[in-house]
Design a protein around this ligand. Structure first.
Ligand code: 5GP
Length: 192
């Protein structure tokens, strides 16, 4: 998606070889027009798949998922919550996710009320790095007996193993910009 790649080159900040900051348009201040284009592109890629629910994880996935949902017939968005307390009762699905950016492990939880066997689910997230967030969400979908149609990712860091691992498992992962390498001096190289 050229519009997105241009924006990453213009406004993204390569902190080091592994962390890209996109605070000015995605993770802090949000460009809603860009998100709307992202939604249209994901709809084009997943058209005809009967997606009726979008799943993401708090916090940065929520805003993106809500705008993307407008391109999927305003389907509901449900987000997994990061839980700080250990007492999760059996009205929740839960799984453990290691956060790439914060370097700690979260229990994430999602009410059983909001994910059902008739759901055909698109996972939406801002970044794909090691794939822990995405793997955790697929586990929750499986536990619910719902169908995981695929993942729509804004930025995949292709030099980290998440995308390759998930595709090797047979999952459909559509990333709108894939970065093959980056560093603060030479900038960003995208996959063609
Ligand atoms: P993963 O679970 O794939 O290792 O990491 C995915 C999550 O970590 C994303 O939801 C995103 O919030 C965060 N993340 C991973 N890499 C980056 C990065 O380079 N920049 C930012 N801003 N967030 C990242």
């Amino acid at each position: 998606m050229d519009l997105l790649k241009e924006r990453i080159c213009r406004d993204g900040i390569v902190k080091d070889d592994h962390v890209l900051r996109v605070d000015s348009f995605l993770n802090h201040q949000v460009d809603v027009t860009l998100l709307s284009e992202i939604g249209k592109e994901l709809r084009r890629r997943f058209d005809g798949e009967g997606i009726n629910k979008i799943l993401t994880i708090e916090a940065s996935g929520i805003g993106i998922a809500c705008i993307v949902a407008q391109s999927f017939d305003d389907c509901p968005v449900v987000f997994a919550k990061k839980n700080k307390t250990a007492n999760i009762d059996d009205s929740f699905y839960s799984t453990r996710i290691e956060s790439f950016t914060h370097g700690r492990v979260y229990d994430v939880m999602l009410s059983k009320e909001y994910l059902n066997p008739e759901d055909r689910v698109l996972i939406v997230d801002d970044f794909l790095a090691n794939g822990c967030a995405l793997m955790g969400l697929t586990e929750i979908i499986e536990e619910a007996g719902a169908t995981f149609v695929g993942a729509g990712i804004v930025i995949e860091k292709g030099f980290q193993p998440g995308g390759d691992n998930l595709r090797a498992k047979g999952y459909r992962v559509e990333s709108l910009a894939i970065i093959d390498k980056m560093d603060p001096v030479n900038g960003i190289t995208f996959r063609e």
